[in-house]
Design a binder for this molecule. Structure first.
Ligand code: ATP
Ligand code: LTN
Length: 339
């Protein structure tokens, strides 16, 4: 008989959640989300709105509801295909809270105390240092482990949490037997690091008080052009990538990330022209990149029935995958299963 190779190679699973606290910036998009879209054929993508994480900081209910919906719509609008990826809202899958409790009891106080995000956020919200803020990383571990994710694309700020997830999973597997895939941090190949337009030594951040320092994915063309016109540069008036030219370097990185042009090509394009021309070109390129996303977002936000349906479909699929892992963990720990 013919020897047919029928082995099916499972695609690796890439997982990330995003908090519905404010509109993502051009930094989030170029540094993270655009790459999720680019990877959707290579990996099985699992992307969700981290609305349980969001309440570790006080949220206004009506605003939170709006932002959860909008963040889910944005995942679709940036181009994530719900047929190729699992897209859902975290709170729609109760297994996240359930596994979180099991993991809480396998996570040490000392480990959580060392998390720099906890220290930063408790300093920032000194009037509300709640238990959830402290336990944030074990909920994040539950998010990741429930789906047996192979990779978690991480920025520097989340590296420590991913490391803790690995430690929790390894410890659990060691005590109760093999239950969870140990996830690996995934460092994006084309990870643009977008900096603040007002202080290019800092990263562009959506929680910056100065709205001129970042481009929101919802900014219209006029706003984008205006923010780039105001971007801090230097007095050399020569578009070239060089040390000490943080502002221009940042604009070149953004322009390059969007047009795929090399720095040499950009320098040639703007040779002998002032910063004004260059800033306008960067603004136009960014506006053009964001336009289709904004158009899709508007269509989705105007069709709540379709959005709700997509949320339900995602939740159903996620519940199925998550329930299997939760049951496995419960069984290993000694719980009495009803089926
Ligand atoms: P916040 O201001 O609330 O801390 P943020 O805008 O700094 O938020 P996060 O929500 O912490 O962003 O990060 C989400 C993802 O976006 C992470 O993967 C992070 O690495 C990436 N990211 C955030 N800011 C940038 C940036 N300026 N350039 C490139 N990637 C970024
Ligand atoms: N903590 C992350 C959001 C987040 C996450 C996750 C990321 C929650 N659960 C699981 C990756 C995997 C943040 O604030 N950026």
């Amino acid at each position: 008989m013919e020897n047919q190779n029928t082995e099916i190679v499972r695609k690796k699973r890439m997982l990330s959640l995003i908090q519905p606290t404010g509109t993502p910036t051009l930094g989030n998009y170029l540094g993270a989300q655009r790459n999720w879209v680019r990877m959707q054929d290579e990996f099985d993508g699992i992307y969700a709105v981290a609305d349980l994480h969001a309440i570790t900081v006080r949220q206004e209910p009506a605003k939170l509801r709006q932002q959860i919906t909008e963040m889910f719509a944005l995942l679709l609008a940036i181009g994530l295909d719900p047929e190729k990826n699992l897209l859902f809202v975290q709170s729609h899958v109760p297994a996240h809270s359930q596994l979180c409790w099991l993991l809480n009891c396998n996570t040490q106080f000392g480990e959580l105390s060392r998390m720099t995000q906890f220290k930063d956020k408790s300093a920032k919200h000194a009037d509300n240092i709640n238990l959830g803020l402290f336990a944030y990383p074990s909920l994040m571990a539950a998010d990741i482990l429930l789906y047996q994710a192979d990779y978690v694309p991480v920025g520097a700020d989340q590296k420590q949490h991913c490391e803790l997830t690995r430690n929790i999973a390894e410890r659990f597997n060691g005590i109760y037997g093999n239950t969870f895939t140990i996830p690996e941090p995934y460092i994006m190949k084309t990870c643009a690091r977008v900096r603040s337009l007002q202080d290019p030594t800092k990263k562009m951040s959506k929680s910056d008080e100065n709205v001129n320092s970042y481009i929101s994915l919802k900014d219209d063309k006029d706003t984008i052009l205006r923010k780039f016109r105001r971007a801090v540069t230097d007095s050399e008036a020569c578009v070239r990538y060089a040390e000490g030219k943080d502002g221009i370097n940042n604009l070149m990185e953004i322009y390059s990330a969007i047009t795929n042009k090399s720095y040499d090509e950009i320098e040639a394009e703007f040779a002998g022209r002032g910063y004004g021309d260059f800033k306008t070109a960067v603004g136009e390129a960014v506006a053009e990149e964001l336009r289709p996303i904004q158009e899709r977002l508007a269509v989705l936000m105007n069709d709540k029935a379709q959005l709700t349906q997509l949320m339900k479909d995602g939740a159903e699929k996620a519940q199925y995958v998550a329930a299997k892992t939760l049951a496995k963990a419960q069984k290993k720990m000694g719980y009495v299963m009803l089926k």
